[in-house]
Write a protein that binds this ligand. Sequence first.
Ligand SMILES: Nc1ncnc2c1ncn2[C@@H]1O[C@H](COP(=O)(O)OP(=O)(O)OP(=O)(O)O)[C@@H](O)[C@H]1O
Ligand SMILES: [Mg+2]
Length: 215
Amino acid sequence: MPATVLAVLNPKGGSGKSTLATNLARALQLTGRNVLVVDADPQGTARDWRQTAGDDVDLPPVFGVDRPTLEKDIPKVASAFDVVVIDGAAKAAPMSVSAVKAADVVLIPVQPSAADLWAASDLVDIVTARRSVTEGSPRAAFVVSRQIPGTRLAAGIQEVLDGYGLPVLEARTSQRVAYAEALAAGLSVIDHEPDGKAADEIRAVLAEIEPLLTA
Ligand SMILES: Nc1ncnc2c1ncn2[C@@H]1O[C@H](COP(=O)(O)OP(=O)(O)OP(=O)(O)O)[C@@H](O)[C@H]1O
Ligand SMILES: [Mg+2]
């Protein structure tokens, strides 16, 4: 069985792609899966994260791909893994197209702000166009990212996202120091603070996308 490919994409910088990708990769590894992270961003956040962790730490390997050739590159290594998680690049439309072609599942982290929603609409078009020629692949969903609980923006985003024609996960990530601390330390929030709220959020996102990964 080739790996299931999960791409975390949004052309908007800082929407939380690398944070979600690295944490989900580790959470998937903790379920016993053999996981590879593909860092599709020339900034190399996921590569830096893995390097910070060091060789002795039990984290998924990270492989950098800087050219929009993911749909060719990933199948070459996919038989060795159960899941490949792509950490997408900001802007870089060709890389997003390539990642959408390579992916079985696309997760789109969106911060609850108008600018972030507008920036995601081109990606939604790319996903929708791809689905129309592949009988529904990749499966795709929004995940609200970096919300500030209790704010009007956090409360209103679901309704706005509903207008974009893709499902929205119930699980969300909130703005929490633990995410930034874990990324900087080369850890996941599950390793950093297993009983913390950020770890709970990542476990909830994973539980909700499990059916998409195995469909
Ligand atoms: N839920 C969160 N709570 C607190 N800080 C966060 C959260 N998500 C991300 N951050 C921080 O915000 C910054 C940007 O996040 P991240 O690198 O995940 O975004 P990105 O979408 O990958 O950005 P880019 O488009 O530049 O690749 C990082 O410093 C990260 O630690
Ligand atoms: Mg990133």
